[in-house]
Design a protein around this ligand. Structure first.
Ligand code: BDR
Ligand code: CA
Length: 303
């Protein structure tokens, strides 16, 4: 079992990743930290609490983090996630609030208590993770790894150069990618290979478990938004990054130093550089294997 702190900006695909993290027996979900990104911090935190409640796992601690990027203004993505961040879904309010400890303090404490064991799966802008590394540099050696959903070596999704999570806080990405902590980058080069069509999750419709019903609701909401953009597929970026340390055989990796642009039209671009810390970059992904994974994990009747 891998001990994972999920750092997210919940978000529709973040919401699916939360369900995956709960349902996957190879993942020990230690806690969830929230960051501003797809929508503001209040919504990303509320969505996280409500998703956990919807699947009966409100016992998992939620820790609120940074409300704006290190240097830039907050750039959100309501176009793709709706005004509240979870499309047109109206979830029942969780009676549970987030914990009274800042996300970075929770991360630092957990890492110190579990030296060499914690993987941070960061599936939103990297503001929380960068703040952790800036505030507590002494704990870097004790972090097992940081998996980043973000970046691309083959063009972006916010601009032609930049992927959303890196674009949203490029200075934070610079801190993380040069931190000396092992970084795995799961960018669009991998995630865009797994395009889900409407019927790809049909097998879940007859399951009728909390995990399957919630996933189907999120998936349907994603499709309503995608339809309005004239697209007939959805991509589960954050689930793919979440499983990079447990389903390694689905990925093809290369090791490269990565340079991040922070300004101008190339802001948020991630490109291979001559020197610097090497990042493990996913350059290939087995999309059929991923669909089988989703079937195994979410089709489980225990949920
Ligand atoms: C990333 O951007 C967000 O909108 C998604 O949740 C995902 O983390 C994809 O570029
Ligand atoms: Ca996200």
């Amino acid at each position: 079992m891998k001990k994972i702190i999920l750092d997210c900006d919940t978000g529709l695909d973040d919401a699916v990743a939360i369900i995956n993290a709960v349902a996957d027996k190879d993942i020990d979900l230690i806690g969830i930290t929230t960051v501003a990104g797809n929508v503001n911090l209040k919504y990303t935190t509320r969505n996280t609490l409500d998703i956990l409640y919807s699947i009966g796992r409100e016992d998992i601690g939620v820790y609120m983090g940074e409300k704006k990027p290190l240097k830039k203004e907050l750039h959100t993505a309501e176009d793709f996630h709706g005004e509240s961040g979870i499309g047109d879904l109206i979830l029942e309010r969780s009676p549970v609030s987030c914990k009274n400890i800042h996300a970075t303090e929770f991360m630092a404490k957990t890492i110190v208590e579990n030296p060499g064991e914690i993987i941070i799966a960061a599936v939103g802008p990297l503001t929380n993770v960068a703040s952790l590394l800036i505030k507590y540099p002494q704990i870097k050696k004790d972090i097992r790894g940081i998996t980043v959903m973000g970046g691309s070596l083959s063009g972006g999704n916010v601009t032609s150069f930049a992927e959303f999570n890196i674009y949203a806080d490029p200075e934070a990405a610079q801190v993380v990618f040069s931190s000396e902590v092992p970084v795995t980058m799961i960018g669009l080069d991998a995630t865009m290979r797994a395009k889900f069509q409407k019927n790809d999750l049909d097998f879940l419709r007859e399951k009728n478990t909390k995990w399957s019903s919630m996933t189907v609701e999120i998936f349907d909401s994603m499709f309503r938004i995608r339809d309005s953009h004239g697209k007939d597929f959805v991509v589960l970026h954050d689930s793919i990054a979440l499983i990079a340390s447990t389903e390694t055989e689905l990925f093809t990796f290369e090791n490269h130093p990565i340079l991040i642009s922070t300004e101008g039209e190339k802001r948020g671009e991630t490109k291979v550089h001559k020197s610097g810390q090497r990042t493990k970059v996913a350059v290939g992904f087995d999309s059929e294997g991923f669909k089988r994974y989703m079937k195994d994990i979410l089709g489980n009747t225990e949920g």
